[in-house]
Design a protein around this ligand. Structure first.
Ligand code: PLP
Length: 399
């Protein structure tokens, strides 16, 4: 008899983050809209971009599409690790000027960071102890549960520790860190990241560092990559994305770095890189060649400048909203070096109560912090990756 995947059915029974958002949250908005059809809604729930792509990227995409229409320039399947020109551009234009020297062989291009959140855990044994930040970007937890892991510990992120977790009290095997953080809006200093790198090196643990919001860091002393910390190539995998940095949420393009220097207890240098190459060759046959041409354009000097202007536009949204919310009497975290604002409700108010009140009083829709983990209770996450007109109206409404 055919049996079902019990890891998947357990997740199905407990409801995933995406399901909670789709079912419970969207239903609440529907009810609100039908009760108050005249009231405006300001959607700040999704971490989705909406600013149009900058001209350098659009030109590259149009050109790449035209080349697919001619026999002499048509291309089909590419290398499943990604176009070598794109991998070189990631090494040279994203990392090198920060003193990080990676080789294209260490870069794996993907269709965004999301698929990597699942694929990357496939490098590790099922009995590993996994440490997750709490609150956490939920797919990291869900990927490990789906794979069948049960040894999961949480590193609390709260007001007292500025939403940067303390080091694990005992030995863990894999530590997930995300900075700039989704959902808390926190960023980590070099000293904090160094403590994690030192921990990982001394315990032979691996850090999976999610840097998909690195473009939002404007302060030079805040590291944009874990590899700015000495020794990190020996113990860390980094995940990057063009989604927020260049508006590729729909185009889909990202990458992961599995350095040759990375080793586990019973592996030699280069083995994990080769293992990931093998696993990608089984799961994934390469990102869209169009998106990859767009990625090369995004990493050109002109492309980077144009993308940064859009990032700055979102950061200005964040500044405006934080100011508006503070004037409204709410305590806010994040919103600088990060597009997310983490709003604290009045003492004793639950995340869903904050959600309901803000929606009812101002029309602003966020995601209840409790959906990101137990330590998110009492908070609400707001995304500022929205249109300026909507942000202006929302802030006016707050006032
Ligand atoms: N990691 C974090 C922390 C995210 O917030 C997101 C998307 O919102 C992703 C990964 C996935 O991004 P991508 O669009 O590159 O798949």
């Amino acid at each position: 008899m055919t049996t079902k995947n019990t890891n998947l059915s357990k997740l199905f029974a407990s409801s995933t983050f995406a399901d909670m958002v789709r079912n419970k949250l969207m239903k609440k908005i529907d009810v609100h809209q039908s009760s108050y059809p005249q009231k405006e809604i300001y959607m700040m729930a999704w971490g989705d971009t909406n600013h149009p792509l900058p001209p350098t990227i659009v030109e590259a995409l149009v050109d790449a599409a035209a080349r697919l229409g001619h026999q002499s320039t048509y291309t089909g399947y590419g290398a499943f690790e990604g176009n070598v020109k794109l991998r070189e551009a990631i090494c040279n234009n994203h990392y090198k000027h920060r003193g990080i020297y990676l080789q294209p062989e260490e870069i794996f291009v993907s269709d965004g960071a999301q698929s990597v959140t699942f694929d990357i855990q496939g490098l590790f044994g099922l009995d590993n102890v996994i440490a997750l930040q709490d609150p956490i970007y939920p797919p990291y937890l869900e990927a490990n549960l789906l794979a069948g892991r049960s040894k999961i510990i949480y590193l609390g992120c709260n007001e007292e520790n500025n939403f940067i977790p303390e080091l694990p009290k005992s030995k863990v095997d894999v530590i997930y860190l995300c900075f700039p953080n989704n959902p808390t809006g926190a960023v980590a200093t070099k000293e904090k990241l160094k403590a994690f790198v030192d921990y990982a090196r001394s315990y032979n643990s691996i850090i999976i560092f999610d840097a998909v919001y690195s473009a939002f860091i404007t302060e030079p002393h805040i590291p944009r990559s874990i590899y700015e910390i000495e020794g990190a190539t020996e113990c860390a995998i980094e995940i990057g994305s063009f989604s927020k940095m260049a508006g590729f949420t729909g185009l889909r393009l990202g990458w992961s770095v599995v350095p040759v220097a990375l080793t586990l207890e019973s592996t030699v240098a280069g083995e994990l890189t080769e293992m990931f190459r093998l696993s990608q060759s089984i799961r994934f046959w390469g990102a869209s060649n169009l998106a990859q041409q767009g990625g090369i354009a995004a990493l050109s000097q002109q492309g980077q400048q144009e993308c940064q202007e859009i990032v700055n536009y979102y950061l200005e949204n964040a500044r405006m909203l934080k100011e508006g919310l503070s004037a409204f009497g709410l305590t806010c975290f994040g919103g600088t070096n990060n597009p997310y604002i983490w709003v604290k409700g009045p003492e004793g108010m639950s995340s869903w109560e904050i959600f309901n009140q803000l929606l009812f009083k101002t029309g602003i829709v966020g995601i209840p912090g409790s959906l990101f983990g137990a330590s998110g209770e009492g908070f609400l996450r707001l995304s500022t990756l929205c249109r300026r007109e909507d942000m202006e109206k929302a802030v006016e409404n707050l006032a």
